[in-house]
Design a protein around this ligand. Structure first.
Ligand SMILES: O=P(O)(O)OC[C@H]1O[C@@H](O)[C@H](O)[C@@H](O)[C@@H]1O
Length: 295
């Protein structure tokens, strides 16, 4: 079942019901096409015209209540990874609840440059470790480039703390053929060994790899076989680089066979607790540009 949500001379946006939990928006514009799930408020696809897909989506991804969708850009919020405030009595799943709730469309428009889409979510008592009242908005500008802002408003009467990430799964020819030279020499915490503030050169992005790099500098992910560069600007303090490698991926039911050879996650993240004062707003954002290196 499909319904046209928006249409003008520049763009057309339709909503399709996938199942009882998941509704998908399909976006068509002269400069790009994209797909966004209202469940999880998650971009699943973005394809600038005349180039290939930017994001990877698992063929075995689950689209079920309480499960995260594997691929695109899941939101890790209000905590990234394991919540270090959890206790034996109060357990917290990985990456918070924002990727498992339903978002609403709050605005859509389009002009010759782009589609402007805003999604929102308001909640309270979503998790015993994070019972606060909050409002989230995601603003997307989908044109020749991809822009995403996560706007977090604290509606509680006291300060709240969050960590988070825009967990982008970039579609690549193979992690072995991907280099991110700008991560060379940047101090990182290695989540696989537990070592903090390590330094090492990064010959490619072959998994297993799971690192928190302490840098907010612009990154360029270079795919030597597909001859494309993905340039990512963010306003966050860390970059998380993740690929599970074959052993871990084979044990994950929502990654299709060999899927780990098709993506590299480079996540714009704030992995240290950030405070938002009562009534105040904070923003995590990324701006992604795709360049072809083909002559
Ligand atoms: O399986 P999840 O919860 O989506 O997490 C995937 C990965 O996400 C990354 O951000 C983490 O650094 C990894 O440690 C984690 O394994």
């Amino acid at each position: 079942m499909s319904e046209v949500l928006f249409s003008n001379e520049y763009a057309r946006i339709t909503k399709t019901v996938l199942n009882e939990t998941v509704e998908l928006l399909s976006i068509e514009h002269e400069h790009c096409s994209a797909q966004v799930s209202l469940y999880a408020g998650q971009v699943l696809s973005y394809k600038p015209s005349n180039t290939q897909e930017l994001f990877w989506l698992s063929k075995d991804s689950l689209f079920e209540p309480g499960k995260a969708i594997r691929g695109g850009i899941p939101l890790c919020w209000p905590w990234f990874g394991e919540n270090n405030k959890q206790t034996a009595q109060q357990k917290a799943g990985n990456h918070g609840f924002a990727r498992q709730v339903t978002w609403q469309v709050s605005a859509i428009s389009a002009d010759e440059t782009a589609v402007y889409l805003s999604l929102s979510f308001q909640g309270e008592n979503q998790h015993s470790l994070w019972p606060h009242k909050c409002h989230l908005q995601q603003d997307f500008i989908l044109g020749k480039d991809f822009k995403q802002s996560l706007i977090m408003t604290n509606l509680a009467n006291e300060p709240v703390e969050y960590t988070g990430a825009l967990h982008s799964y970039f579609y690549v020819s193979h992690p072995e053929h991907v280099v991110i030279e700008r991560l060379d020499g940047v101090a990182f915490d290695d989540k696989l060994t537990g070592l903090k503030q390590s330094q090492a050169s990064l010959p490619n992005c072959q998994g297993p790899i799971d690192r928190i790099y302490h840098s907010g500098n612009t990154m360029v992910l270079q795919d030597k076989v597909w001859q494309r560069e993905i340039e990512i600007h963010s306003n966050t303090s860390q970059w998380v680089l993740w690929n599970p490698g074959t052993e871990t991926a084979s044990a994950m039911t929502d990654i299709h066979a060999g899927g780990e050879h098709e993506f590299v996650c480079l996540e714009a993240a704030n992995t240290n607790w950030q405070q938002i004062e009562a009534g105040q707003t904070a923003v995590m954002q990324q701006h992604i540009k795709v360049h072809s290196l083909k002559r």
